[in-house]
Design a protein. Structure first.
Length: 295
């Protein structure tokens, strides 16, 4: 298969850098530190697959809410819970709805009284950024018992230099990520990928988030591209391309899944294909062989 495109748009996490020991570790450890509750890393992918959790802070909130609800007698397993979240539209608001539907009013009130999203976010940022970057980017004084070197420094690069150079030479290249802008800059610097501000969308630019197609269709318009390949590591990424094709039928949008994030192996490939992926590749470094310029 060869995809003929004018532009390539890339997600960052799980595509350009490996976040297994950074963002995903911060999710688990934030819940553990705030609520003394152990969460298995595998559960993160079940929440991701339910959709609507492109924002890792919100995924952390949802995991904490589920853990608190379970302690209050919430009867649903993770599999059943995330299935109902997906059926309810995905994301944090759906998780809240499912919890509310399965707890009596007294227990629900107790859970929500304990659920401290502000504290979870603060712990997450301290763990992820480390003391120095937390002070610079968040403007606060880190807790020495929480903030260390920062998990952000444990993100191996996935994008090879020759892949980067090939894509930049042959295509317009953009970025759509759920990262805050400052954290996106750090990752892009790490892989030496210079993307102008008007060719990328971060959390700070775009309230809706993936899988809403606005960012992708806007970049296609800015590039004056007739066909765009969007490469990501989650089902939300693939669905962003699917939604873009529906919203902007004058252009072609191809969702390309990589197997270097939470979705891996044969099962990951199957899930991508069921979500509407045009292609699935092992790593971002297989992309140059998949795409050719249209003009």
């Amino acid at each position: 298969m060869t995809l003929r495109v004018d532009a390539v748009v890339l997600d960052i996490d799980g595509v350009l850098v490996d976040v297994a020991d950074s963002y995903r570790r911060a999710i688990v450890e934030s819940v553990e530190r705030v609520y003394d509750t152990t969460v298995e890393r595998e559960v993160i992918q079940q929440f991701k697959d339910a959709g609507g959790f492109n924002n890792d802070w919100e995924l952390t909130y949802a995991l904490a809410l589920y853990a608190l609800a379970r302690e209050a007698g919430f009867p649903l397993s993770v599999e059943t819970f995330t299935g109902k979240v997906e059926a309810s539209g995905g994301g944090l608001s759906a998780a809240e709805t499912v919890v509310a539907d399965h707890l009596d009013p007294h227990d629900r009130e107790q859970v929500y009284a304990e659920w401290d999203r502000e504290r979870l976010r603060d712990v997450f940022q301290q763990l992820y950024l480390g003391a120095e970057l937390y002070r610079d980017l968040e403007g606060g004084d880190p807790d020495p018992d929480v903030a260390g070197e920062g998990f952000i420094h444990d993100e191996p690069t996935l994008l090879a230099p020759d892949t980067r150079d090939d894509l930049l030479e042959r295509f317009d290249v953009g970025v759509v990520t759920g990262r805050p802008a400052a954290e996106a800059d750090i990752a892009l610097d790490r892989v030496d990928l210079d993307i102008p501000e008007d060719h990328r969308f971060t959390m700070d630019d775009w309230e809706a988030g993936k899988p809403h197609p606005h960012a992708l269709t806007t970049l296609a318009e800015r590039f004056d591209a007739g066909a765009v390949a969007f490469v990501g590591d989650t089902l939300d990424d693939v669905e962003t391309a699917v939604n873009a094709a529906e919203a902007d039928p004058e252009r072609d949008y191809y969702g390309v899944g990589v197997l270097t994030g939470g979705l891996t192996g044969t099962e990951g490939r199957r899930k991508y294909e069921e979500a509407g992926a045009t292609a699935v590749i092992e790593t971002i470094n297989d992309l140059p062989a998949l795409v050719e310029p249209r003009r």
